[in-house]
Design a protein around this ligand. Structure first.
Ligand code: HPA
Length: 254
């Protein structure tokens, strides 16, 4: 079987289910791919899956690399370079994050409209790859057409979605109350430990990106609540079917 996917998806928190819907698939464990880092965090497997989602050829990354695991940014974003080389044009990503916008509820799906990069190392630091300019424009990092399409799909299906700015931080600590407050005041609606590096590199490669964040906990000003990895997983699992429905439909139309 041959495949030439133009669409890739990073199956972050809350999208695991989508992997089981990929048909005609063949899989490459990361451990078998030269130079590929290997994922270590609980709840994240590690393989590239090629196959079909509905009628669409797709490449899926099950398990991603987080900066807090100790990888450098070249490693974290290496899979995006592979996507580019394979001809991927559109990238879908998901993640879990802590909501800071007081209108958000746990379990909400936040369509990422923009981001703030708080990682201590920039993924494009170093010699510029000729896939894009040395000083890339970041005005429309998250594709507006895809955002509008997601809104339409959510409305059709009666799924509540919110829009917001995702703040990318290194972790692995969750935020202190003062940090949640700061990130919110700086313009963030949700904060999480992934996505921003991959999206920056994809953008530099001319790959359109679309992302959804599951709000798994809340870091609201003046009402800080404790958060644990388990809670994040539980909230993400609950929101999973709705997120999957939106992503499945978007990929179908891709
Ligand atoms: N902060 C950072 N990362 C996260 C959070 C959070 O509150 N929730 C899920 N991932």
């Amino acid at each position: 079987m041959t495949t030439s996917p133009k669409t890739a998806i990073i199956l972050g928190t809350g999208l695991g289910q989508l992997a089981s819907e990929i048909t005609d698939s063949y899989e490459f464990p990361y451990s078998e791919i030269p130079n590929f880092p290997v994922s270590t965090v609980e709840g994240h497997a590690g393989k590239l899956i090629f196959g079909k989602l509905g009628n669409v050829d797709i490449m899926a990354m099950e398990g991603r690399f987080h900066y807090y695991e100790g990888y450098n940014m070249k490693e974290v974003t290496f899979p995006i370079r592979i996507m580019y080389e394979l001809g991927i044009k559109t990238l879908f990503v998901s993640n879990a994050s802590g909501g800071m916008n007081p209108e958000f509820k746990i379990g909400d799906l936040m369509i990422i409209t923009d981001h703030i990069n708080f990682f201590p190392e920039h993924p494009l630091r170093g010699k510029n790859f000729p896939t894009g300019p040395r000083f890339p424009d970041m005005h429309e990092t998250y594709d507006k057409k895809l955002i509008a399409e997601a809104d339409a799909i959510a409305a059709e299906k009666g799924i509540r979605v919110v829009h917001g700015v995702y703040v990318g931080v290194q972790g692995p600590t969750f935020e202190t109350p003062a940090e949640y407050k700061m990130y919110h005041r700086l313009g963030g609606d949700a904060v999480g430990m992934s996505t921003v590096p991959e999206v920056i590199v994809a953008h530099h490669c001319g790959i359109k990106t679309f992302g959804i964040s599951i709000i798994t906990d809340l870091g609201l000003e003046d009402t800080p609540v404790e958060v644990s990895h388990e809670e994040v997983q539980i909230a993400a699992n609950k929101a999973q079917p709705l997120m999957t429905e939106i992503m499945r439909e978007m990929i179908n139309r891709a």
